[in-house]
Write a protein that binds this ligand. Structure first.
Ligand SMILES: [Fe+2]
Length: 286
């Protein structure tokens, strides 16, 4: 039985014009990417791969920011596992093999907890169809697992999955933070005609995809239902202080904000949402 036949009983909502991701998630992830990019030294960030290279901070343009990164945001939706998952996949970040046909695809992103903090050591287990829409159910072709690094990032190198009857184009993935329940879900591609007819398709799970690297480059950030210490909460509008929006600060610069002193940890240009108490990656109290 295919996946659509097994799980196609939920309400479908084709053609509603919903955005691929909720604006709230987009805003939150935007500021997180910028803050994470600022956390790493630029040469390291660029060497680390497209996850950081794609951020606006790395490219030098001003990111769109949100006033705060609060907890309680929606976690990544669950999706059906389907009939083709196999445990014990090999640990590898590249699913490419000699002679494997298909359009090259990279998928990069971060895994966050509920307080918007990156999660390291999260298991991501990917499996997918080949370019002809077939799963390898005897071996482990196009199956592999990896773990997020210390910054909560992951990177998968694979091919664009093919189509098979009843489904739109998709990747399967299971995620598990240490000691936490497994999240099983799927990732989708924008502008796929079958997105409108696949009853499993969820627009919240559409990746950002562009052409590049001789193939396609996709990005997606996961949010797991993992409680975290949210750190400093929303900060009040300061009644005074030297921290100023639009000023470019260098590491070691000192400012005051809302009656406290802060030291700049990473060079950046101050913007709304990056108030020193709200961004420990950029400012340390003291
Ligand atoms: Fe599938």
């Amino acid at each position: 039985m295919d996946e659509a036949g097994t799980y196609g009983t939920g309400p479908d909502d084709p053609g509603t014009g919903r955005e691929p991701e909720s604006p709230r998630l987009v805003r939150r992830k935007t500021v997180l990417r910028a803050a994470l990019a600022a956390t790493a030294a630029i040469p390291v960030a660029l060497a680390a791969g497209p996850a950081l290279a794609r951020t606006s901070a790395a490219s030098g343009s001003a990111p769109q920011l949100t006033p705060s990164c609060d907890d309680g945001d929606d976690p990544t939706p669950e999706q059906t596992e389907g009939p083709y998952f196999k445990p014990n996949s090999p640990q590898r970040t590249s699913l490419l093999e000699p002679g494997l046909p298909g359009t090259p695809l990279t998928v990069t992103g971060y895994v966050f907890g509920r307080a918007c903090l990156p999660l390291s050591g999260v298991l991501l287990d990917f499996w997918q169809a080949d370019t002809n829409g077939a799963y390898d159910n005897t071996g482990y072709r196009l199956r592999g697992h990896q773990f997020t690094d210390s910054r909560g990032s992951f990177a998968l190198t694979t091919i664009v999955p093919g189509l098979y009857p009843g489904r739109t184009r998709h990747l399967h993935v299971k995620l598990q933070a240490p000691g936490r329940p497994v999240l099983t879900t799927q990732l989708y591609f924008p502008n796929e005609p079958r997105n409108n007819t696949d009853t499993i398709f969820d627009p919240r799970l559409v990746m950002t995809v562009r052409d590049g690297g001789g193939g396609r480059e996709a990005a997606f950030d996961f949010v797991l239902d993992v409680p975290q210490d949210p750190g400093p909460g929303p900060t009040p509008i300061p009644s005074g202080g030297t921290w100023t929006v639009g000023v470019t600060y260098r590491a070691g610069d000192r400012v005051t904000y809302a009656g406290r002193a802060y030291v700049c940890l990473q060079a950046h240009t101050a913007q709304p949402g990056w108030e020193p108490p709200a961004v420990p990656a950029l400012w340390r109290a003291g």
